[in-house]
Design a protein around this ligand. Structure first.
Ligand code: NA7
Length: 535
């Protein structure tokens, strides 16, 4: 008979670890399941070359412990994966969180028992536990995807997805390497390995608007300043649109009559780095196509300046979406990589991949022979990490069936028919467009307060009312209307590569601001968890 706990946490990443910490602090017995061999979540799996934050390090860290906050110092403005992984270990060790987890335990089933209203969680290897409450800290970009090209498993060389990069690394020196994908991950990999490989072929389906990250070491003086203002920085992030430290300009671009003045601002933001151009720009960037296209024109000019071969530069300039409609990759010398003799760019719109063969990648034009094939092809975004688990609620209702026509949630945190099941970062969760830790802490605090409320009132369970779920779901699907992204629907925000969408992308985020998200969560709790029913 499996051991029974008050709560089971799935995942030992940023939100899972914090859930474990908070639940234990409130006196609940907690057990965790983690597919990886150790803590870290995203920062455990994504250990590919060049992996680093695109949030400023000090805006991403946990803020729940003053001591932790004061102890940890980042070495760079945008820390790299090894440092981030060290940080997550530091947190887990400091708060003695690892002992609660089964590691190497990928969850296979999460089933609700109608008789005693308890959940049973079972891992692939049969390890199992029961609990009244489930907190799924399974992330939003965890279920990695390979394309469905014919022969995808036929390649005789080394195949690797960036989200499964081996711990011991891969020796790319002198090798013929191919990479499929051109999102933020691919950009980080390409600029890192280009100087090392024998030859690199980049297979690009959609060019992206990449902007300089401007990473650099944190100087002693900067550190003193950051330490002095650490709490203020975090508080400030909670007031901004997406939880980063950048403030949108209070003006719309249309209020600035002179193109020279607007252009000077783009240049300033381009110099500032991080997401400044995205989140500190004029406030109509997401709604005014002409303005987004002007910023695109500014960036296209930069690409033409940086890439020597005009034909390659044109391929690297996005033609199907303006700036700001996809998450813009941060880069250092990504564009300069294409000036190297050992790097080639293949435009998959002009010459699509026909199949993967034992020798390499075959396009409509030619076969590219390779030693190593890297897939930087992203994730079954937002839904994949939950749908890949067999989750069954009341009456055996399968989550996959409930979501057959798209996800349905209340506040992104609970699903009707799945009592006491909480997701920290699923679809339609307001936190998914956020600087993750900033919103994960709020979400977990909300969940843990809610569990406290249930226990304090002698209830056994909570789940959304069907009406509230319908209203939130409709609200989220509608929230992209009027935004430029809605005209394209071609990023992971819409699950554009998610198989369950069957080619009909749906908006999987909530297009509100971080401060609105905090308000919505506060209001619902203050109104006795309006839109949820207790038993
Ligand atoms: P993304 O941003 O989802 O990018 C995936 C990339 O892979 C993107 O360029 C896709 O092109 C490409 N892709 C996906 N499927 C295919 C196929 N079948 N053929 C060719 N190319 C393909 O994932 P990332 O890992 O880069 O970044 C994820 C997030 O992590 C990012 O937003 C940051 O928050 C960190 P497409 O654009 O679909 O044409």
């Amino acid at each position: 008979m499996p051991t029974t706990y008050d709560a089971i946490v799935i995942g030992a990443g940023i939100s899972g670890l914090y859930s474990t910490y908070r639940l234990r602090e409130r006196g609940l017995s907690v057990h965790g399941f983690e597919a990886g061999s150790d803590v870290g979540g995203t920062w455990y799996w994504n250990r590919y070359p060049g992996c680093r934050f695109d949030s400023e390090s000090y805006t991403y860290q946990y803020s729940f412990s003053k001591e932790l906050f004061e102890e940890w110092q980042w070495s760079e403005h945008f820390a790299s994966q090894p440092e981030i992984e060290r940080y997550v270990h530091y947190v887990a060790d400091k708060f003695d969180l690892k002992r609660h987890y089964d590691f190497d335990a990928r969850v296979k089933t999460v089933h609700f028992d109608d008789a005693d209203r308890m959940w049973t969680v079972t891992a692939e290897d049969g390890r199992s536990a029961r609990a009244r409450f489930i907190v799924a800290g399974t992330g939003l970009l965890s279920a990695f995807q390979l394309p469905d090209y014919p022969g995808v498993h036929d390649f005789a060389g080394l195949t690797v997805h960036t989200a499964r990069w081996p711990k011991e690394g891969i020796d790319v020196s002198g090798k013929r390497v191919g990479i499929i994908g051109s999102g933020p991950t691919a950009v980080q990999v390409i600029q890192s390995i280009a100087p090392e490989v024998g030859h690199l072929t980049v297979f690009q389906r959609t060019a992206n608007w990449c902007t300089p990250l401007r990473n650099r070491p944190i100087t002693a003086e900067e550190q003193r300043d950051l330490t002095a203002h650490a709490a203020e920085i975090i508080d400030h992030c909670k007031q901004t649109f997406a939880g980063f430290m950048h403030d949108m300009d209070p003006r719309a671009s249309t209020e600035v009559a002179s193109k020279e003045e607007r252009w000077a601002k783009y240049q300033d933001l381009y110099e500032r780095g991080g997401f400044a151009l995205w989140f500190a720009n004029y406030n109509d960037l997401f709604t005014n196509r002409a303005f987004a296209e002007e910023v695109s024109e500014f960036l296209a000019e930069k690409i033409r300046q940086r890439v020597k071969d005009p034909a390659t530069a044109e391929k690297l300039i996005p033609k199907n979406h303006p700036y700001g409609t996809k998450r813009p990759p941060g880069e250092k010398d990504f564009y300069e990589a294409f000036n190297r003799d050992n790097v080639d760019l293949v435009d998959l719109r002009a010459t699509p991949i026909s199949r993967i063969t034992a020798a390499g990648v075959e396009t409509s034009e030619q076969l590219y022979e390779l030693d190593i094939l890297i897939y930087a092809t992203g994730f079954q975004s937002l839904t994949g990490e939950l749908l890949r688990i067999d989750i069954r609620g009341e009456g055996g209702l399968a989550l996959a069936d409930k979501w057959a026509d798209g996800p349905r949630t209340n506040l992104g945190v609970q699903f009707a028919g799945f009592p006491n099941f909480f997701a920290t970062m699923g679809p339609h969760h307001p936190a998914t467009f956020c600087n993750i830790t900033r919103c994960a802490e709020t979400t977990v605090d909300w969940i843990v307060d809610c569990i406290d409320y249930i226990r304090a009132h002698g209830y056994t369970s909570i789940q959304p009312t069907p009406e509230a779920e319908e209203a939130w779901t409709r609200h989220c699907y509608d929230s992209s209307k009027g935004l430029i992204i809605d005209e394209m629907r071609d990023s992971w925000f819409f699950g554009n590569n998610n198989p369950e969408n069957k080619g009909v992308p749906r908006f999987l985020l909530w297009a509100g601001s971080v401060s609105e998200f905090h308000q919505v969560y506060r209001d619902v709790a203050a109104a006795g968890y309006r839109g949820f029913e207790f038993r």
